[in-house]
Design a protein around this ligand. Sequence first.
Ligand code: PLP
Length: 374
Amino acid sequence: MRVFLDHNSTTPVDDRVLTRMVPFFGVAFGNPSSAHSFGAEAAKAIEKARTAVSALVNAEPDQVTFCASATESINTVIAGIQRGTIVSSAVEHAATLESLDRARSRGVSVTLLGVDAHGILDLNELRTTLERGAALVTLLWANNETGVLFPIESVAEICAAYAVPLHVDAVQAAGKLSINFGRHQIRYLSISSHKLFGPKGAAALISKDRLSLQPLIVGGGQERGQRAGTENVPAIVGFGAAAEFALEELGSRMDVVKRLRDRLEDTLLERCPSLWVNGRSSPRIANTSSVSFPGVDGDDLVSTLDALGIAAATGSACHSNSTEPSHVIRAMTGSYEKARQTVRFSVSHMNTRDEVDFAANSIIRATEMLRSSA
Ligand code: PLP
């Protein structure tokens, strides 16, 4: 049996999504900018996808700019800040942290808020920081490593009170939580197709004020001048279809996923009481489990599990080639060792109970093997 428990890194394309994409590789291959019926057909499909993506997060279609990845979207927002202070957190995705490094090198000051042992943000610290003024707050909604949720509704109110624009990295939240961009005072939101059973190569920067952003890529004026380059029509169509299914099925998917994730955690904790689940008592997205295994190296556990047919991860996929253990677990626990001993499991509604049981047994077997060979 091969079991994929790494859905926070990426997801398979839903068969129904693929079916909707296929014509746009073939008969409907037009360039959306062309002034003939082939072009018009592609342009119409993009607008349909824009409507579906906007509906997923309760935004307006004209607030959606398609781009190639959420990394691009996050880079675009942060690149727009040329002076002042950007406030973020120590547990962001590399797309944010590395964009913030660039911002620092152009003279922007960056304040990273810490989190407590449960991964929770201190809203009073946010308020105190904003009293000194800021050009942007950028925070993720659901942490990709632990699933812990930041209280974005409260963050949005605080940012509004200090008149500071808020960008939310909702990559792991979209399709797993109900998101109301229209209601909350969130200026910019980034989401990604391949995390919600759509294809890679499509993402969205959703903005209440897109003219405040400088496009990263200039050229042919696509996406109303906000993101040049011929659109990846099949991927955008797939993103739209994936968003449509995610919205329709959000509740039922999350019921399944929560049951599977909790079953995995309960089995592991019952059979190995020395394990530690990071952020277990915090509000979390339903699919993610970050587990620290005392005495076991996380990288060794991931490769042993891979040999047993289980796909899991240490930290985020973007950092999986790095030898540095998770900055998220270090920020939560202050412990390099605990970070090194942590593995993330992320389930989806496509997993089954049998798979989760097989995975739990394999994880226990693998940790015993690694402990006995240490
Ligand atoms: N933000 C978070 C929280 C993520 O988990 C990821 C991907 O892992 C990204 C941003 C980057 O998304 P993309 O792969 O679309 O560039």
